[in-house]
Ligand binder design. Structure first.
Ligand SMILES: N[C@@H](CCC(=O)N[C@@H](CS)C(=O)NCC(=O)O)C(=O)O
Length: 215
């Protein structure tokens, strides 16, 4: 059985879990905590980040790389569009999640409010978090509100890597006690709820809510 390395709570590990679940791939989950993982793990992921994946003697770091691999080893159901432009657009939304949302909703909100205080004995700087919510979050959400429009999914009228890459970041936003202002971003709020209600997302979110529930 293949092995997924990482821990629940990571938006990137969640990307892999959702893809594995959607494709019906059974796997073992080996707990690896980020920030200073043991040196052995660096043989699998030279940057020491999570997730990584082992399939027999093949090892792969990075959620995007893992998902691209799974798509080729397990093409059904497809999680990438076949049309070249839609395929590229889907990769763009994944990047928007990984490189646009994650540094804000993940690092500056979830990490600051949940990971730091719980696991690193750090105090959350609520003023800094409020500033992030007031200044950095709205342009990101405005963009998504406009992109989603009246669509069910971001690309190709079906669930793809675009939806995985974007919706995973909102799990961390919500685990940090934040919610999307429905009046300001009604389409985004409905979209995120819809995607999070898919069985693949729902199962992992339930486990994470139990782990990260407020003390
Ligand atoms: N591009 C990577 C990002 C992975 C990542 O940054 N993971 C975080 C945890 S959510 C991590 O391991 N951080 C520890 C570090 O940067 O040293 C991916 O998609 O897998």
């Amino acid at each position: 059985m293949p092995t997924l390395y990482g821990t629940l709570g990571s938006p990137f590990v969640r990307k892999a879990i959702v893809a594995l679940t959607e494709k019906g791939i059974k796997y073992d989950h080996e707990q690896v905590l980020p920030f200073g993982p043991n040196p052995e793990y660096r043989k699998i992921h030279p940057l020491g980040r999570i997730p990584a994946y082992r399939d027999g003697d093949r090892v792969l770091p990075d959620s995007s790389v893992i998902l691209a691999y799974l798509e080729r080893t397990h093409p059904e159901p497809p999680l990438y569009p076949s049309d070249p432009y839609e395929y590229a657009r889907a990769l763009w939304y994944e990047e928007f999640g990984d490189g646009g949302l994650a540094p804000v909703t993940g690092a500056k909100i979830f990490f600051a409010r949940v990971v730091g205080p719980r696991f690193m004995n750090l105090q959350p700087d609520e003023a800094a978090i409020k500033k992030t919510l007031d200044e950095e979050v709205p342009p990101l959400f405005d963009y998504l509100e406009q992109e989603i429009g009246d669509q069910q999914f971001l690309v190709a009228n079906r669930f793809t890597i675009a939806d995985i890459g974007v919706a995973t970041q909102f799990v961390n936003f919500q685990l940090a006690g934040c919610s999307i202002d429905v009046k300001r971003w009604p389409r985004l709020a409905a979209y995120v709820e819809r995607i999070h209600n898919r069985p693949s997302f729902k199962a992992v979110i339930e486990k994470e809510r139990a782990i990260f529930k407020p003390a």
